[in-house]
Design a protein around this ligand. Structure first.
Ligand code: ZN
Length: 179
């Protein structure tokens, strides 16, 4: 992770920087820095999943600047139909009061599927930060239609993890998304 420049001067032209408007434009430099940092926790989880022979998708549930739970897709590892990155992170975080979910952000390396979108909506998580949606477009429109803020950090690393995996194991990925 790169150190954030100490200056608050003009935003530098950098990869992803021009996406601020596309993301809604409301994201401050500080928020962006935090989002990159917590997405990094999700990416680390995706790498662990990959090393285990699983689908390389990771997630982290964060509130008040703390990671409450981080997890990764363990469908292959556990023979589980429901342990996606996001649901695994929720499970690892354990049972929490409604108020905690309602001030949380779900970080996930990939645009969330219908099931994980449902979990986000059920618990009233107001913000979802995704690594990418180029290799798979989830239910982002549904999230937005229900008032959830969705931020796409367009991470090259997340794209690479999925591209490599789906090229190597197309059958495992198709199974993951019900194809
Ligand atoms: Zn999912």
């Amino acid at each position: 992770m790169e150190e954030r420049p100490a200056t608050d001067a003009q935003p530098a032209i950098e990869p992803g920087g021009a996406d601020a408007a596309a993301r809604g434009g409301g994201e401050t430099e500080e928020q962006r820095w935090l989002d990159e940092r917590f997405l990094g926790v999700a990416i680390e989880q995706a790498r662990i999943g990959r090393a285990e022979g699983g689908v390389p998708i990771g997630a982290a549930l964060v509130a008040d600047g703390r990671v409450l739970g981080a997890g990764h897709n363990r469908r292959v590892q556990l023979g589980s139909p429901i342990r996606h990155g996001e649901t695994d992170a929720l499970e690892v975080a354990g049972r929490l009061p409604a108020a905690v979910y309602q001030r949380s952000t779900m970080y996930t390396t990939l645009s969330p599927c219908d099931m994980c979108t449902g979990a986000v909506l059920l618990y009233g998580i107001p913000r979802v930060v995704i690594g990418e949606n180029e290799t798979f477009m989830g239910a982002e429109d549904l999230l937005r239609s229900r008032g959830v803020e969705v931020v796409n950090l367009r991470s090259e690393e997340c794209i690479r993890l999925m591209r490599d995996f789906t090229a190597e194991h197309p059958e495992l990925w198709n199974e993951d998304i019900g194809v």
